[in-house]
Design a protein around this ligand. Structure first.
Ligand code: UT7
Length: 355
């Protein structure tokens, strides 16, 4: 390994579906209001993918093509794919190989890794890519975060607290080695705590068969039916195939963990909050980002938010926001960019990147 070798983001892109769904549109399906959604989350609209024509992998491919072009490389040059999503095309195989096929990555030796870290998937992906690049194993890593939430939400009143938050979209980056002084990923910090795993989760379908961990709180799938491991009639009949969230617990934990993990990254690199040029937090809820901004005493122009337009796109939210910020000229060479995420697991993390 070259001592001074670091990982840089060589190209970035994003894709959001055309269909805009306003808060008002959601009132057709559930008892909610534009006022409630804006006040509690800051969200004004979100995008929904076109059913049967778009998938998590196909949206990821659209974002990836832009990232590849901006990095000045072709799909054939990609030697490793990392795909982060909680809403994959298939139960298995993962989206990584589907992306490889869709993009025409002809390098059949290329590896493809799928990661399931939900809201912090992109930050985990940056960290994984960074290790592979620094070790000299790969030279062109394609990291994609993509989500198609609209296919898996509960549009009844019961699901409203979760459903109004989430949206679809994809973001991608190409990571490469750099020896340019000071440039690249300076550090990443990754954490998890499974104590509250079911508090922000979609536990069905799964292998837990209803008697494991904290699942009784969220209803039992069939326990005594052989072969009932995956989707069962009970799950369908009892509306157990949707995500659930204990919103206040997630909120309260997030506003502590975001600043903590950002400070940890700064401490590791001997930098200060005032050195950050742009913070791109995972777009979970505008109120969470505002809490984090306040607790770090960052001015408005140093925090990028676009949740108002897209809602929470989980693993895609950071790369979409980073790509938009880059396109708007807010990410310039030499800038210190801080990425931070918190979500289901719970898992959380941060990355400091000198652009
Ligand atoms: O990426 C990480 C993932 N998630 C998050 O970061 C989410 C973190 N949590 C949150 O963002 C907030 O907890 C929510 C936005 C999800 C909910 O806001 P809240 O202020 O915590 O509301 P709540 O769940 O305590 O509910 C307050 C009221 C309840 O009614 P009652 O019992 O007071 O009569 C809910 O039934 O709001 C009601 N409510 C709604 N009303 C209209 C819940 N969802 C809705 C809705 N529209 N969509």
């Amino acid at each position: 390994m070259t001592e001074c070798m670091r990982t840089k983001i060589a190209g970035i892109g994003h894709y959001v579906p055309e269909k805009v769904v306003s808060n008002h549109d959601l009132t057709q399906y559930m008892d909610t209001s534009d006022e409630w959604i804006r006040e509690r989350t800051g969200i004004e609209s979100r995008r929904y993918a076109e059913k049967h024509r778009e998938t998590t992998a196909s949206m990821g491919a659209k974002a990836a093509r832009i990232a590849l072009e901006r990095a000045g490389i072709t799909a054939e040059e990609v030697d490793f794919i990392i795909f982060a999503t909680l809403s994959p095309d298939y139960y298995f195989p993962g989206c990584g190989v589907l992306l490889q096929r869709e993009l025409g990555v002809t390098n059949k030796e290329a590896g493809a890794l799928d990661i399931r870290n939900q809201c912090s998937g992109f930050v985990y992906g940056i960290s994984i890519a960074d290790q592979f690049i620094k070790s000299g194993m790969y030279k062109n890593i394609l990291l994609v975060g993509s989500e198609m939430h609209s296919m898996g939400l509960d549009f009844s009143d019961e699901g409203r607290a979760v459903t109004v938050i989430f949206g679809d979209g994809a973001g991608a980056v190409v990571l490469q080695p750099t020896e340019q002084e000071g440039q690249g990923v300076l550090t990443t910090c990754l954490h998890s705590d499974g104590t509250h795993a079911e508090e922000l989760a979609m536990i069905n379908p799964g292998s837990h068969s209803g008697y494991h961990l904290g699942t009784e709180k969220f209803g039992y799938p069939d326990v005594d039916v052989p072969g009932g491991t995956f989707v069962t009639q009970t799950m369908v009949d009892n509306n157990l195939l949707a995500p659930n969230m204990t919103g206040q617990l997630v909120f309260k934990t997030a506003v502590v963990k975001f600043p903590e993990v950002i400070q940890e990254a700064l401490h590791k690199t001997g930098l200060q909050v005032s050195d950050i040029d742009l913070l791109i937090p995972h777009q979970a809820n505008l109120r969470i980002s505002q809490f984090v901004q306040k607790s770090l005493r960052l001015p408005d122009e140093k925090v990028f938010n676009n949740i108002q337009k897209y809602g929470n796109t989980t693993a895609a939210s950071i790369p979409i926001a980073l790509s938009e910020a880059w396109e708007a000229g807010l990410v310039k060479e030499g800038n210190l960019i801080c990425l931070a995420a918190f979500g289901s697991g719970f898992t959380w993390g941060s990355a400091l990147i000198r652009w």
